[in-house]
Ligand binder design. Structure first.
Ligand SMILES: Cc1cc2nc3c(=O)[nH]c(=O)nc-3n(C[C@H](O)[C@H](O)[C@H](O)COP(=O)(O)O)c2cc1C
Length: 166
């Protein structure tokens, strides 16, 4: 898919089809995250891939604003090192790379922000000193979620030429 088309059409997906994602496609998506640029190339991230249905089910109630994780084919827990000042920016660039690489494969995901981080850390043996940036549930999207209208501010509201307000 053309890069701009991928950016233009991508939606955040919260409803998934019961369709398996092959492991090589999962690995390609993770690879897109691993290849992201980062401040001083420090790569302050780890990616935990979760395919196990029971684990996804257990994560459901801990993903407070993303209970739809229970219907995902897999999820990626993005863990960053918050001793690095740029960890959120770097981690987010990895997330966007994964989201676009996934869309290119016909797969959707969605950032989950409200998470019971302490419980998830304990459940997945994530070291105390690391931070859960987000959890991304992935899967092939239900058709209607792809077709929703994309709602964004108009260019004239957010784009300025040469000076703010112009
Ligand atoms: C930092 C961040 C946090 C988000 N948190 C959540 C969340 O907790 N739950 C959720 O369902 N969507 C979450 N989203 C998804 C946004 O609601 C979504 O990107 C926005 O509505 C645009 O969606 P669209 O690209 O499908 O139009 C989050 C997105 C971002 C970038």
């Amino acid at each position: 898919m053309d890069t701009f088309e991928c950016i233009r059409k991508r939606r955040d997906i919260r409803s998934f089809l019961l369709k398996d994602v092959p492991d090589d496609v999962i690995m390609k998506i993770i690879e897109a995250g691993r290849l992201a640029p980062s401040a001083m190339n420090l790569q302050p991230w780890n990616f935990i891939v979760i395919k196990n249905k029971e684990t996804l089910k257990e994560l459901g109630p801990l993903c407070l604003s993303g209970r739809f994780i229970v219907d995902a084919f897999f999820a990626v827990v993005v863990v960053t090192d918050h001793s690095n000042k740029w960890h959120e920016i770097d981690g987010t660039r990895a997330v966007q790379n994964m989201a676009l690489a996934a869309w290119n494969e016909g797969i959707g995901c969605c950032w989950i922000g409200a998470i019971n981080r302490d419980k998830v850390k304990e459940m997945l043996s994530i070291p105390e000193n690391l931070h859960i940036l987000t959890i991304l549930p992935f899967g092939y999207p239900e058709e209607f979620t792809v077709k929703r209208k994309k709602n964004r501010k108009k260019p004239e509201e957010v784009v300025h030429w040469e000076k703010f307000g112009e």
